[in-house]
Design a protein around this ligand. Sequence first.
Ligand code: AHG
Ligand code: MN
Ligand code: MN
Length: 339
Amino acid sequence: MSQRVSLTQYLVEQQRLHGHIPQQLRLLIEVVARACKRIAISVNKGALGDVLGTAGSENVQGEVQKKLDIIANEVLIEANEWGGHLAAMASEEMESIHLVPNRFPQGEYLLMFDPLDGSSNIDVNVSIGTIFSVLKKLDGSKGVSEDDFLQPGSAQAAAGYCVYGPQTTLVLTVGDGVAMFTLDREQGSWVLTADDVKIPTDTKEFAINMSNKRHWDEPVTRYIDECLAGVEGPRGKDFNMRWIASMVADVHRILTRGGIFMYPWDKREPNKAGKLRLMYEANPMAFLVEQAGGAATNARQRILDLQPTKLHERVSVVLGSKNEVERVTRYHVESDAAK
Ligand code: AHG
Ligand code: MN
Ligand code: MN
């Protein structure tokens, strides 16, 4: 039997052999992974653990919070509040940043997360997840403000997600490819189960919420119509469709077998750039997808190049197999030029 590599061993190797990650970052990732394990336990309890249903409150985005949104947020905050790796945290479920109590020396990193992604799937027992992104605080000053978080995604030191599905899988990049770790529930450990993950450049599978079709922009309609036309259409091949409504699960499928995921701007809320959030949904996923050889744009520009202007900024998202993402992006650029 081949030797099992744990998350800790993987990270120590990254630190020792490749010099990719400083000690603080390694410990921070281990704390996040431990928190995900605790969230997985709550998720698995379901109705037996009183974790289903709504909490009767709203988050800063005006979305109704589910009990698990709040539980997962608290687990992540609590796990990361000690240890000295972090200066501050930010979350989908909190309006402003959460300062880590003062320590000396102050932690160097900033952690952002979507504690529970795919909230509409919690009560129906469909895969959900946690997404996280790690930035380094830029200057050496003591204080921390929201401005410290407003760095482009290309500055991320690490990013990942944990998918709570039939298996619990942690997917991680520290800027040296993408690795997947499956939770061994009996041992309570993360075991490396896929390394150097690569997204096929081409695909015959797209993911988009088709019910929004009438609200789409013309280049999105063009792209999807061409896919739907199948083998007789301009693409000359039949496409398949999937939409899980948990970005984590859709991205996990794309990292596993390819595909394109789109949550584009649409006319329902024309003043919002999109539904998904840049800092703790799009940026970490874009980092993972690029590290796996795919591409991620806001339909016009590379997501990782976008300069954020606020913590809960929204963005249009097109990511996955490179040739398809480039095609959708080209359709938008051509349409803009013709206006
Ligand atoms: P969250 O549960 O963190 O608010 O995110 C849900 C997101 C994303 O995971 C998913 O792709 C999308 O919302 C689904 O949206 P629709 O219900 O509009 O399809
Ligand atoms: Mn989400
Ligand atoms: Mn969420």
